[in-house]
Structures are given as structure tokens and as C-alpha cells.
Design a protein around this ligand. Structure first.
Ligand code: UDX
Length: 447
């Protein structure tokens, strides 16, 4: 009989994973403890913006006309335990307030809610990003609390999906990493991922700690690459060099590669910042903190970028205070093609300027609702044109395609002063300068 799969937690990761598993041909039951989310998903609607996800849900959610009917949702752990052979745990592990360590309470409570209902053999697969050593502890807890005992097995299978590309990354992963203890767990996971492996995704089998570490190491490497180029941007500004050209030239070396070398206001989101901090905290607990002191520098270079953008805005205004100044902010999300504003550098810069007395108006193609919710006192506009009307300076802080397609001449006519600061090195300086703008990009020479 075909494997039946459940997915616990229906955020970016879980909702996408559930839909992808249905696409791969499995019967899937998704669970969330928030009934409103389940109500939306059961109608094939997505509680966040993720390109392609709603279409994929529409193909599979039971009750939708023409769907495969392979995907359903519930709030009941009992139903999930009865239904599934393989249970994927896809809940959040956010940063603990005021600490570096990550908050494991959602993972722990998901397992504590599921385990007492596991009355037949099951594989529980953690996908969340957790501190190394968690899987070993959770495996013991699972076996101790599940009625089937040792036949409730654990595996760790970190997820590397990027927001904005979640569907494609899940269906065509560039690698599948599984941390397992026994042959049965490996066999089941090979069955789950049969299609992507047949299509070329490497399948890497390892132990628990290595599987957990692959994820934190990958995100630490990416964060380091971004902070490296941002450190080079600081030097370029001091030496009158051009970080965009520098990155282009570096990227031609295959050993370095072109990706993740875009200098600007730095990284944000629900993963990179909290993952490097949680990694440092865990290394400290293990007595290996010296190995990761460089991540402290990666974090501080990154945080400095936000303050530097605020300084550049003041410099562009030619004043020492934002009082009485109108600042237009293009972009609120932490990256384009997402509505996620968690730890968003763009929103942080907008907030700092607002708190220093500036009159800030923000526009973002998809992130307005989330931005309004967490920062209700900022000004918001319904379009880029409306946001820049009467502005003394315009800040480009999230590189949406829509902003690259703006008409610089049309915008110049709407602002008080045509000055633009590009915090993402994504706009073409020549095009904007030709249209009459004073244009400055981080880490690049002034005109
Ligand atoms: C990241 C990892 O890429 C993914 O593999 C993991 O599963 C989750 O964390 P995500 O948070 O979706 O994914 O975003 P990502 O595309 O990695 O970008 C992170 C941040 O870095 C964004 O704020 C982005 O603007 C910034 N960034 C990225 C740069 O500042 N410069 C770059 O060159 C690339």
C-alpha cells in the first residue's frame, strides 16, 4: 500500500511540503493548531504569499473541483497519528526573545501532542532547523511516550527551501539530506523522495548531528558570503571603489561563484539571522564557541548595514536630523517575491528613520498587510508613485521587479527632490541619473 504522509505545521515550509507530497502522488494530511489556517488551506487558499503554491494546492486539496483529492487538512493530532506512516514536523524554531538561542517549544509541543496517539509503527521526520543534538534527545522522548515505543522512530531531514522559490525548491531539491539511525527509516525516506532522486537530486544519508549541522552550516556560509561582500562595500566606500564591479569580477572565479554577492542593506528574514545566532549559542553550550566567533562579526557587519543606510539618507538630505523630512521607502519585505517582513532590513531602516522624526511612507507590492501589522505607525501608500509624492529622498530597500520597471522620469516629476539611494544594488544608476536623479548605491562611487 502506498505510504500515507502527514505534515505538522503549515507555514511556508509545511504548506509547501504538504502540497509537494500530494504532487508526488502521496495521500497527505496536513495539521496546524491554528483553525483559521486550516479553514483557508482546506479551500485551497494560502495564508501567505508564495508564488505557485496556491496553484499547487488547487490541484490537490480534496473538495476542489478537478483536484486529485489527495490533500486534506485537520487540527486533530489523533487523526494525524491514525492516518500517517510518515509524519513530517515542519514547525517554526524562532529566536528566543532577548537571547541568541532558538525556541524549541513548537517542535517539542508538536511531538508531545503526536506521540501519545502513535499506536502503530511510524516514522517521525523533523524538518525544522534545530540546535545540533536535538534529534537524539527527541528520539528518546518519542520512544518513551509513544504507545508503540521504539517503533515510533525519528529521522532528521533538514529543509533548504528559499521563500519565493519554495515550490520549486521542494519538488526539485538540490540535495536531500537525511539523518537516520536505522535501515527502516532510510528505506521509508528513499520511498518518499523516489521521484526527486530519480530526477537527479542527490540523496545523502548520515547521522543525526551531521544532518542537523548541514542546515546551520549552509545558512552560516550564505550569511558569511553576504557579510563578506558587505564588508567589501564598506571598504569600497572608503576607497572610492565599486563593490558591484568587484563582486562581478570575484564571481567569475568558479571557486567563489557569483551568487550571494549582492551588497546592500544585508540579510534578514526568518532564517539566516536567527540561525547564525542559534548556532553560536549551541556551539557555546558544546564548548566550541571559539569555532564560531567569526559569526559574531558576520552578524555585526550585517546589522551595521541598516544603520549605514540611515546615515546615507541623512547625508543625502544634507542635514543631521530627519525632522520635517519626507522619506519614501520602496520595499518592506526581507526579499522580493515574499510577503515576509520578519527581521526585514527594509522595515528596520524605515522604522529607524520614523523613530528619528522622519515622515516615512512605505510601499511594497506584497508585504503591506504584514508591515502594517508589525509597524502600524509608519505611513503607507498604495503604489510606488504615491509613496514618493513630495519625498525629499527615496530609498530602494527591497529589489522587487516592479521597482526595476518604474519610470524614473515620471517619478522625478512627483518628488520634492529627485534623490534615490539604492540599498540593494539592483537599479541601473545610468538610467536614473539620465532621468535627472541624484543616484547613490551602497558601496559604489557617487556620480
Ligand atoms: C534562506 C536559505 O537561502 C535557504 O536555503 C534556507 O532554507 C532558509 O534560509 P530565505 O530566508 O528564503 O532562505 O532567503 P535568501 O534567499 O537566502 O535571502 C536571505 C537574505 O539575504 C535576504 O534578506 C536577501 O535580501 C539577502 N541577500 C541575499 C543579500 O543581501 N545579498 C545576496 O547576495 C543574497
Amino acid at each position: 500500500m502506498a505510504l500515507r504522509i502527514t505534515v505538522i505545521g503549515t507555514g511556508y515550509l509545511g504548506a509547501t511540503h504538504a502540497a509537494a507530497m500530494a504532487e508526488l502522488g502521496f495521500e497527505v494530511l496536513g495539521l496546524d493548531v491554528v483553525p483559521e489556517k486550516i479553514a483557508l488551506l482546506s479551500q485551497g487558499r494560502v495564508p501567505m504569499y508564495e508564488p505557485g503554491l496556491e496553484e499547487l494546492l488547487g490541484k490537490h486539496v480534496a473538495g476542489i473541483e478537478g483536484s486529485s483529492g489527495r490533500l486534506r487538512f485537520t487540527t486533530s493530532f489523533e487523526e494525524v497519528a491514525d492516518f500517517g506512516d510518515v509524519h513530517f514536523v515542519c514547525v517554526n524554531t524562532p529566536q528566543k526573545p532577548g537571547e541568541y538561542a532558538c525556541d524549541m517549544s513548537y517542535v517539542e509541543s508538536a511531538l508531545a501532542s503526536l506521540a501519545p496517539h502513535l499506536k502503530r509503527p511510524a516514522l517521525v521526520v523533523g524538518k525544522s532547523t534545530v540546535p545540533v543534538g536535538s534529534a537524539e534527545r527527541l528520539a528518546a522522548e518519542l520512544a518513551a511516550t509513544a504507545p508503540v515505543g521504539e517503533e515510533a522512530e525519528l529521522a532528521w531531514n533538514p529543509e533548504f527551501l528559499r521563500e519565493g522559490f519554495a515550490v520549486d525548491d521542494t519538488l526539485h531539491p538540490d540535495r536531500i539530506v537525511v539523518g537516520v539511525r536505522g535501515a527502516r527509516a532510510e528505506e521509508l525516506l528513499r520511498e518518499v523522495y523516489r521521484t526527486p532522486v530519480a530526477e537527479g537530486s542527490p540523496f545523502i544519508v548520515t547521522d543525526f548531528p551531521t544532518a542537523e549541522l548541514v542546515k546551520t552550516a549552509a545558512n552560516s556560509f550564505l550569511a558569511t558570503k553576504i557579510s563578506f561582500i558587505n564588508a567589501m562595500a564598506e571598504v569600497c566606500e572608503a576607497a572610492d571603489g565599486d563593490v558591484a564591479k568587484l563582486a562581478e569580477a570575484l564571481g567569475h572565479d568558479d571557486r567563489i561563484g557569483r551568487k550571494f554577492l549582492r551588497a546592500g542593506i544585508g540579510f534578514g528574514g526568518g532564517c539566516l539571522p536567527k540561525d547564525i545566532r542559534a548556532f553560536m549559542a549551541r556551539a557555546g553550550e558544546l564548548g566550541a564557541d571559539q569555532a564560531l566567533t567569526f559569526l559574531r562579526e558576520v552578524d555585526s557587519v550585517n546589522m551595521r548595514r541598516r544603520g549605514h543606510m540611515v546615515e546615507l539618507a541623512l547625508e543625502a538630505l544634507g542635514t543631521t536630523s530627519f525632522l520635517g523630512k519626507r522619506v519614501a521607502v520602496l520595499g518592506a519585505t526581507f526579499k522580493p517575491d515574499s510577503d515576509d517582513v520578519r527581521d526585514s532590513p527594509a522595515l528596520n531602516v524605515a522604522g529607524q528613520i520614523h523613530l528619528q522624526g522622519g515622515q516615512v511612507t512605505v510601499y511594497d507590492p506584497k508585504g503591506m498587510d504584514n508591515a502594517r501589522r508589525i509597524f502600524p505607525t509608519l505611513g503607507y501608500a498604495d503604489s510606488a508613485l504615491e509613496a514618493v509624492r513630495g519625498a525629499d529622498v527615496v530609498l530602494h530597500l527591497t529589489e522587487w521587479r516592479e521597482f526595476r520597471e518604474l519610470d524614473p522620469a515620471g517619478l522625478a516629476a512627483a518628488v520634492a527632490t529627485p534623490t534615490l539611494l539604492d540599498g540593494r544594488n539592483a537599479l541601473d544608476p545610468e538610467v536614473w541619473r539620465k532621468a535627472g536623479w541624484t543616484f547613490r548605491a551602497m558601496g559604489r562611487p557617487r556620480a
